[in-house]
Design a protein around this ligand. Structure first.
Ligand SMILES: [Zn+2]
Length: 222
């Protein structure tokens, strides 16, 4: 009987040892598997040439906003709209052509600040027919020269920059003109055009749709 008891005890030890060992090892084994899965290189990580490419330009950071609540003010003449005195969203329209700029409406009374959309020198600050007050600033877009037209602004205001002044993006450079001489009779709004190249071009409309490619739509960058 003693011998049988010894065998029984030995058998129990062996059973306990294996079951215990299995319980002890199971989580370790499982963790090891999980860790391996997490650290195992995936096909995306290994030698994917796309990871070395330069990230695309973030349009939103190229220009700063020329006016508060800019996007919500584009209600009448967006970039590229074709207007005639017959179809225009503006009463008493004087112009015909493809609008090469963005109009930001400002029906409120009081001072409305206009901010430079980029860093660059003021090249023009004078009265121009069709605009009234006009400031043109030279800037760069993707290392190419551009000129930025701020139309219907109060160039007589002491806050208004002069030719040769440098402006940083986001800096107040003038204020919107009240209806009259410096809007050249137009409603109170900002006409903002961006022309490609260094040349000073005053046009606010182009005759052919294809000519719009010489101009940049600021709304794409707001
Ligand atoms: Zn306009």
């Amino acid at each position: 009987m003693i011998r049988n008891q010894k065998i029984l005890i030995a058998t129990l030890f062996i059973i306990v040892f294996f079951i215990g060992g299995a319980f002890y090892l199971y989580p370790l084994y499982n963790n090891t598997e999980t860790n391996q899965a997490m650290t195992e290189p995936t096909t995306e990580d290994t030698a994917n040439p796309e990871n070395d490419e330069i990230p695309p330009i973030d349009n939103e950071k190229v220009f700063t906003s020329p006016i508060t609540n800019a996007r919500s003010r584009i209600t009448k003449k967006p970039f590229g709209i074709y207007v005639t005195p017959g179809n225009s969203p503006i009463e008493g329209e004087r112009f015909t052509g493809y609008h090469n700029a963005v109009d930001f409406e400002a029906p409120e009374s009081g001072t409305v600040n206009i901010y430079a959309i980029c860093d660059g020198e003021v090249r023009v600050a004078r009265w121009v027919s069709g605009y009234g007050g006009l400031i043109i600033q030279a800037c760069e877009l993707s290392e190419e020269p551009i000129t930025v037209l701020y139309g219907h602004v109060d160039i007589a205001s002491p806050a208004s920059l002069k030719v040769g002044d440098n402006a940083k993006g986001g800096e107040a450079i003038t204020t919107l003109a009240e209806v009259g001489r410096y809007t050249d009779g137009e409603r109170k709004h900002l006409h903002l055009g961006i022309h490609r190249g260094k040349e000073i071009v005053y046009a606010g409309y182009v005759e052919q749709q294809s000519q719009l490619s010489n101009w940049v739509n600021l709304e794409d960058y707001l």
